[in-house]
Design a protein around this ligand. Structure first.
Ligand code: F6R
Length: 242
């Protein structure tokens, strides 16, 4: 794993550079996107680069990691809405080539079709990840099997509590379930970026980078991937011993 530690502002710029390089080499790349607070600076940077003509998403296909069960794309806390607002509406991507798991049709067939669609697109070239305070990636909570593909999950209390900050009605409004790419779906990506910012992520980043590979810390599986770049700000890196 390549680990880059810098200011919050700089890691967004450095990660954006990785997108410039990839899209220059492969304009029709398949990108895996994440939601949450962490990628916001990166998305703002990518929007800026696209507006200035440094990158184009014209031929890109996008797959998002996850979606809340019960929220459709018009709900302002759905991840489809988040992606439209923070990235897709501001770049030249073809929306027909942007995929987010359905939070409405959660039938086994619809869920399984997500992995098939990724495969049919040629697999994910670059998957972006944030990390939960409990080590989740996507919504793969602790003890999710490493062999998992896209599936429905029950969210832990700690994840619902962390995400309740964004719901006007607090934790009672946070859905109890989500559909997420599995750990294996993520690991199938050719390259992965994980971003972590802020002091709340410091304890888990120590476990992810310095602890054992264990299903109890889903992100620790990244130690086994051949092409991972971790971008952390100084606060998220504060507990690393090396
Ligand atoms: C979002 C996702 C989650 C978040 C994680 C961190 O699509 O899959 O794993 O990346 O919960 O969220 P933030 O960035 O809000 O701290």
């Amino acid at each position: 794993m390549k680990v880059i530690i810098d200011s919050r502002e700089n890691i967004a710029k450095l990660a954006a550079k990785q997108y410039i390089e990839l899209l220059a080499k492969k304009p029709n790349a398949v990108l895996g996107h994440a939601t949450g607070s962490t990628p916001l600076d990166l998305y703002a940077e990518l929007v800026k680069l696209c507006k200035e003509g440094w990158i184009s998403y014209k031929d890109v296909t996008s797959f998002n990691l996850d979606e809340y069960v019960g929220l459709d794309g018009s709900h302002d806390q759905s991840y489809r809405y988040f992606m439209n607002e923070n990235l897709f509406n501001h770049i030249d991507i073809d929306k027909a080539k942007t995929f987010v798991p359905s939070g409405i049709d959660t039938s086994a067939a619809a869920v399984a079709a997500y992995d098939k669609a990724i495969e049919a697109a040629g697999g994910i070239d670059l998957q972006l990840l944030g990390i939960g305070e409990n080590g989740h990636i996507g919504f793969n909570e602790p003890d999710t099997p490493f062999g998992s593909l896209t599936h429905m999950v029950e969210l832990t209390e700690s994840t619902r509590k962390a995400n309740s900050r964004l719901f006007a009605g607090g934790i009672d409004e946070v859905p109890t379930h989500a559909v997420t790419m599995g750990v294996k779906t993520v690991m199938n990506a050719k390259s992965i970026i994980l971003m972590a910012t802020g002091p709340k992520k410091a304890p888990i980043m120590k476990e992810v980078l310095e602890g054992p590979v264990t299903e109890h810390v889903p992100a620790s599986v990244l130690q086994l991937h051949p092409s991972v770049t971790i971008y952390m700000d100084y606060e998220a890196a504060a507990q690393l011993s090396k």
